[in-house]
Ligand binder design. Structure first.
Ligand SMILES: C[S@@+](CC[C@H](N)C(=O)[O-])C[C@H]1O[C@@H](n2cnc3c(N)ncnc32)[C@H](O)[C@@H]1O
Length: 277
């Protein structure tokens, strides 16, 4: 799927407040672009590189604040795991509907090149989708929806006649447990079959967040297999540590430090999960 790129050469994002939700979306976009520009990219997200080139923002300040390197690898390794699981599903279901929940500025729809029959829905809060529309347009088989996933009405806009791939990267940890339960239930009630890909944090995640990030992380779980008890339609397929070493991480001192962390139990703090239903 080619990105339906808005025509403007430069898009002014200077109104995005430092530290806001929209800013966090620019952070991950920027880190994916750093990976895309590196000599040996892990994710190779050229659409993110194009987006960063078109957006007018204080990227120099962003670079100073984020210090790419470990953060860049973390974002790229996680995204490539979700991409690989998504591509595997779309190979088997080339007529699927994809629900990309909490999409932010992620360019997954464009870097995966899904089969032409796939219907792709990028969904995030209205203010995030408003910003995203400065970069991209809706087109055949690609739509953006501005809604909170905790509301129920937006799901009615998505036809339920096909297998569904639901990707929620960096989303569920910001919901409360009853909201996660209700969302998973609504999704499995709506679609005949499909897969769900999402990341979870250990229960200590929300406690750390209270201390260090103003409590924005509100949900943690020790083992996501527990979700099968919440919702009997969910069937665990596999998981992977969020801090996964990759042979493509360069063997610099920082790269070796990253690989060392990936070899400790700390790598299970953040887990990427794959379920069928
Ligand atoms: C950390 S960002 C991740 C964005 C993107 N998935 C990425 O990896 O770059 C979390 C995203 O979840 C979205 N989000 C949080 N709560 C949401 C909700 N209730 N409904 C829809 N989106 C939500 C935020 O607006 C934000 O874009």
């Amino acid at each position: 799927m080619e990105a339906a790129v808005n025509q403007a050469d430069t898009i002014d994002f200077s109104a995005v407040r430092w530290g806001s939700v929209e800013w966090t979306n620019l952070c991950t976009l920027y880190l994916r672009a750093c990976d895309g520009r590196s000599p040996r990219p892990i994710l190779g997200d050229t659409a993110a590189v194009d987006a960063v080139d078109r957006i007018d923002y204080d990227w120099a300040r962003m670079r100073r604040s984020l210090r790419p390197g470990i953060n860049q690898w973390l974002v790229a390794v996680r995204a490539s795991r979700f991409d690989a699981w998504s591509a595997d599903f779309l190979r088997r279901h080339p007529d699927a509907s994809v629900l990309h929940l909490g999409c932010g500025m992620d360019t997954r729809a464009f870097r995966l090149h899904p089969p032409g029959e796939v219907r792709w829905f990028d969904i995030d809060r209205p203010q995030v989708i408003e910003l995203r529309r400065k970069l991209y347009d809706d087109r055949d088989n690609y739509r953006m929806l501005g809604a909170s996933v905790t509301d129920s009405s937006w799901l009615e806009e998505i036809p339920a006649d096909r297998p569904a791939l639901i990707v929620a990267e960096g989303l569920l940890i910001y919901l409360r447990e009853p909201e996660v339960r209700a969302l998973l239930q609504r999704l499995t009630d709506r679609f005949p079959a499909g897969e769900m890909l999402f990341d979870t944090l250990a229960p200590i995640g929300p406690r750390f967040s209270k201390l260090f990030t103003k409590g924005i992380v509100t949900w943690g779980i020790a083992d996501a297999r527990e979700l099968q008890q919440w919702n009997p339609r969910l069937r665990f397929l596999e998981d992977a540590p969020g801090f996964a070493g990759s042979p493509r991480i360069p063997a610099t001192p920082l790269g070796l430090l990253y690989r060392l962390v990936c070899a400790t139990p700390a790598k299970r703090y953040d887990v990427l999960n794959r379920f069928a239903f």
